[in-house]
Design a protein around this ligand. Structure first.
Ligand SMILES: CCCCC/C=C\C/C=C\C=C\CC(=O)SCCNC(=O)CCNC(=O)[C@H](O)C(C)(C)COP(=O)(O)OP(=O)(O)OC[C@H]1O[C@@H](n2cnc3c(N)ncnc32)[C@H](O)[C@@H]1OP(=O)(O)O
Length: 203
């Protein structure tokens, strides 16, 4: 577990100034990771140790339960702030987590929530001091593991199969959409500026 950062989201350099075949392969891998995690028969609990923007938020939402560290961290789908858009399966996952209306506001504004705000809207299930996040996640895991596995798994599948089947049937189209979107000159310019701004913030 890395302190302060759960995940910085997708590595933008993987789709900045890259060839279409490279961005295709990158997106296919992301789809694989998501489908495996969201559809996992195992109990999955995200111990969110710090910042969790965009793709990081997606990974956390793909789990069954989320524990987030308190502190000056943020979580959310901030794609619009980068001049890009969240694909349909990011949107559906967020709708399944916090509901339609909150998702609509959240996505249009590219909102990044503090741990307390995230807990209030149900984006995370629990907040804990940073040095206790793993402990809280473990405690929660014990509860989930007491449930008969077959019943829990079937319930999870009933709740999640619609999205899994939808994405599975549209994978090629989704890859095509991603690559044609990120290869646009205007999007490449936005991504370049965003990467520069991250570096400037650091210096
Ligand atoms: C019509 C159909 C449409 C189909 C779909 C179309 C499009 C969808 C496309 C894409 C979806 C993308 C989802 C994403 O996940 S995009 C990534 C979003 N992530 C962020 O915005 C986070 C950016 N990072 C930060 O805010 C901070 O780094 C963070 C708060 C996480 C940590 O701060 P800290 O101060 O500790 O670290 P830094 O010094 O800022 O960063 C270190 C180093 O890393 C670079 N960097 C940070 N994040 C990223 C990243 N996500 N990708 C690439 N590089 C990143 C940063 O520039 C520094 O680099 P260097 O100076 O050390 O070289």
């Amino acid at each position: 577990m890395v302190p302060n950062i759960f995940s910085a989201g997708l590595d933008i350099t993987e789709f900045y100034q890259k060839k279409p075949e490279e961005t295709d392969a990158f997106w296919r891998t992301l789809q694989d990771v998501f489908l495996r995690l969201y559809g996992s028969k195992l109990v999955t609990i995200a111990a969110i140790s710090g910042h969790s923007p965009a793709g990081g938020c997606l990974l956390a939402m793909a789990c069954d339960y989320r524990v987030m560290a308190t502190g000056k961290y943020t979580i959310g789908l901030n794609e619009t702030l980068l001049g890009i858009i969240a694909p349909f399966w990011f949107i559906e996952t967020m709708k399944n987590t916090i509901g339609h209306r909150e998702t609509e506001k959240s996505l249009q504004l590219g909102k990044l929530y503090s741990p307390e705000q995230a807990e209030n809207i149900g984006l995370v299930d629990q907040i804990c001091p940073p040095d206790d996040v793993l402990g809280c996640a473990r405690k929660e895991m014990v509860k989930w593991l007491k449930i008969p596995d077959h019943a829990r798994i079937l319930t999870k599948q009933l709740m999640r199969n619609e999205l899994i089947n939808n994405l599975s049937s549209k994978r090629k189209e989704d890859i095509y959409n991603f690559t044609s979107f990120v290869q646009k000159d205007s999007i490449q310019r936005s991504l370049g500026l965003y990467l520069e701004s991250l570096k400037k913030k650091k210096s």
